[in-house]
Design a protein around this ligand. Structure first.
Ligand code: GLC
Length: 736
């Protein structure tokens, strides 16, 4: 899979520079223990206690700050650090730029459905450019947690369920954030998070216990981080969760053995917000002092907000419990990062930059393009879509004209008033002649879960539907029903939306549903009763126009799912790359008590409602003539397959050609399918293209019995097709 980009080169924060090392050495020797500890302390500035904040910066007790949006405030803090502290060490300013800074793009899970690393690199670079103009040096992204549980609200922030796609998109985002042509000549360092396996939280409840095998850790959850660090990411953020009994912030296995001993990575490890302090709640530290001890010994370099390091680290060194060399090692990494960022030479941000950089037309256009390409057409029975412009439409639902909810749960400096709603998008596209009737119909959810909904107006919605040719419902979640700390046990439509939907469907009018959400939802009833469904996610400031462009055929939808949609919450986790087991559902199983005993539910299918890689378009594609060009492949060789893809429909369209393999026999069990290649192609009606995909044999390995990465000789199945459940099948053999 070729991830080389034709964008500006990215800065590699892992490349050690001897001049910088000399400057670090020199500075370290001049620092007091307190000043060193100060570099390991990150705070969110409390402007109500401004004098205390300024005194702490002036005395060198703060090394970095987070989530400050005003350039003037940043420059003032920086001035104190540089001009009033003893050593003049500048602060690093960190910001959660998760999917845009002011020009808000679709949530990352939506972006991942574009399957377009180049596009995502451009989006990340645009976000970084705006962030640089805003005084940010450090972007707390990309979030690269593999997630297979849509109850978990933070599935919204990542790239879905697959490590191979996750790796490709992690590389793209790191390169975009660390681009070398940002506003004001500033540099920005990326921070892949949350290290590690945070998405495996039990029950999909955020922050919850994670217990997994080292093999799953190494084969599924670590690869996107390794890819991000290999792409030059200069920092990483450890996660809140425990991993098999040891919380990440106290986990030397992941922070030292893997990051330093195995990967030889020189970057900075940042804890998550208060996570070091939370070692007390985890029950592995009696108090803050022991939390600081365990965290620094494990390998945390910077303490975000818990105060454990600033309050106790110097004492722990003086008491001989923490070698000062360990503190020096951490501070060295922090200082190295600051020199690489260039903030010793250029600590300040020109406030005039933002006027030209923020919300520039090119970024607004890019946000539209990403929103158009991230929406996934789930159903289009009878080709109800695209709609003709003269169609009389009843536009119904709580998200028809809602601005804040389209920004998603990490809206950074995005402004709701700058969001183009679905209604605005319809009007912009159709013009004043648009035959639209708008009825909200209900709230997104009952107030505080109460049964009443003062905005309930099902009668009005039914009346409008009856008077229209087509009813378009815009339904789903509010922005804060997903994201951090926002997990859901029920994944259907919130509040009275299902009742609204069923009442409108009961009119017998053709119905289109546009789903706005931060996660896969349970859409079973909708899938059975609604002819057309578009998953529009939370599409950012251009979301509304993107929806209109797709519904009226200005754009042919091309999104493909990167996280499975369960039929019911009871299926979770449901994902394509599962293991075969001893009694696979597609085989006979063992007959006992007149029943086939195998991996299945008595009361539900084992397949997701919509699976990984799935998505429809307004045309159709056909795959033919799969050729495994290399039926025998040496263990260090390359598997080459080719296939002909033809656009068999009436419209031009994009197809994501996907390549999956199955290692039939391994020394440990292997998934029934794994994505190992993809490419996106555009075809005119009737056009055919011969597509060739190459997979290095080194991509087919796994961590074997000895827990080392091995590539085993043996037979593989290979599929090339439109998603994880369809495709033309072939075989090849890896030879020793
Ligand atoms: C939050 C999140 C993390 C974020 C950090 C700073 O709790 O877990 O993703 O970057 O704190 O806001």
């Amino acid at each position: 899979m070729d991830t080389t980009m034709n964008a500006a080169p990215a800065y590699d924060f892992t490349a050690i520079d001897s001049e910088i090392e000399a400057r670090v050495d020199d500075l370290l020797t001049r620092m007091t223990l307190e000043e060193k500890v100060g570099q390991m302390n990150q705070v969110s500035p409390n402007w109500d206690a401004r004098e205390e904040l300024e005194a702490a910066i002036r005395s060198g007790q703060v090394g970095s700050v987070l989530n400050v949006w005003e350039v003037a405030k940043i420059n003032e803090m920086q001035r104190i650090a540089v001009e009033e502290s003893r050593l003049g060490i500048p602060l690093i300013v960190g910001t959660d730029v998760i999917h845009g800074y002011r020009t808000i793009f679709p949530i990352p899970l939506a972006e991942s459905c574009t399957w377009d690393p180049d596009l995502l690199e451009q989006a990340a670079r645009a976000a970084a450019d705006e962030a640089a103009a805003g005084g940010t040096d450090w972007i707390f992204a990309p979030m690269v947690d593999v997630a297979r549980d849509p109850r978990w609200g933070r599935i919204a922030e990542g790239a879905g369920e697959d490590p191979f796609l996750g790796r490709a998109l992690a590389v793209a985002r790191v390169r975009g954030f660390q681009a070398t042509d940002l506003a004001g000549g500033k540099r920005i360092v990326a921070c892949p998070k949350h290290y590690v396996a945070y998405g495996l939280a039990e029950g999909g409840k955020d922050y919850n216990t994670v217990d997994l095998s080292e093999r799953a850790l190494r084969d599924v959850y670590l690869p996107p981080f390794k890819a991000a660090l290999d792409a030059g990411a200069g920092s990483i953020m450890s996660s809140f969760n425990e991993i098999a009994g040891v919380p990440a912030s106290a986990n030397a296995f992941i922070l030292r053995q893997i990051l330093r001993d195995e990967w030889d990575w020189p970057g900075v490890v940042l804890s998550d917000y208060d996570a070091i302090g939370e070692l007390i709640q985890h029950g592995v530290a009696a108090d803050h002092k022991e939390a600081a001890l365990k965290a620094v010994l494990a390998g945390e370099d910077i303490d975000m907000m818990s105060q454990a390091f600033p309050d106790h680290l110097a004492d722990l060194v003086r008491e001989g419990k923490v070698p000062e060399a360990l503190v020096d090692e951490a501070v060295r990494r922090v200082l190295r990062l600051k020199f690489m960022l260039g903030i010793f030479e250029n600590p300040y941000t020109d406030p005039a930059l933002q006027a030209d950089v923020l919300l520039q037309p090119a970024y607004r256009e890019l946000a539209l393009r990403v929103a158009q390409k991230s929406a996934v057409l789930l159903k289009n029975e009878g080709s109800l879509l695209p709609l003709a412009p003269e169609t009389k439409v009843a536009l119904i639902g709580p998200l028809v004209d809602d601005q804040p909810e389209l920004l998603g749960s990490w809206a950074c400096d995005g402004k709701p008033e700058e969001v183009e709603t679905v209604l605005a998008g319809f009007k912009a596209l159709l013009g004043p002649k648009a035959a639209l009737t708008v009825v909200k119909g209900c709230a997104i959810e009952g107030r505080d879960g109460a049964d009443d909904d003062p905005e309930l107006d099902i009668e009005g919605a039914v009346k409008a539907a009856r008077a229209a040719d087509v009813a378009v419902l815009v339904l789903g979640e509010s922005a804060m029903m997903s994201g951090e700390a926002h997990s859901r046990a029920y994944l259907g439509l919130p509040g009275k939306q299902q009742a609204l939907l069923e009442a409108v469907v009961a009119t017998g009018k053709p119905v289109v549903v546009v789903v706005i959400a931060g996660r896969p939802l349970v859409l079973g009833w909708m899938a059975q009763h609604v002819p057309a469904i578009l998953m529009a996610w939370q599409g950012g400031i251009r979301s509304g126009r993107a929806v209109a462009d797709i519904l009226y055929g200005e754009v042919n939808p091309s999104g493909r799912l990167t996280a499975s949609f369960p039929r019911t919450e009871g299926q979770i986790p449901v994902y394509y790359a599962h293991k075969s087991t001893g009694r696979p559902v597609n085989e006979r199983g063992v007959i006992q008590f007149n029943r086939a005993h195998k991996v299945k539910y008595l009361d539900e299918s084992d397949l997701p409602l919509y699976g990984f890689g799935y998505g429809l378009t307004y045309t159709t594609f056909e795959y033919a003539d799969l050729a495994v060009e290399t039926p025998e492949v040496p263990i260090d060789g390359i598997v080459t397959v080719s296939v002909t893809v033809r656009n068999t429909g009436e419209r031009a369209g994009d197809e994501v050609v996907q390549l999956y393999v199955q290692d039939l026999i391994g020394e440990v069990t292997r998934p029934v399918r794994e994505l190992k290649g993809f490419c996106k192609i555009s075809l005119q009606p009737g056009e055919s293209r011969r597509v060739t995909l190459n997979v290095p044999a080194s991509e087919l390995g796994f961590h074997g019995l000895a827990m080392s990465y091995i590539v085993e000789p043996g037979e593989f199945k290979i599929w090339v097709g439109p998603n994880a459940y369809e495709g033309l099948e072939g075989r090849f053999v890896l030879e020793a």
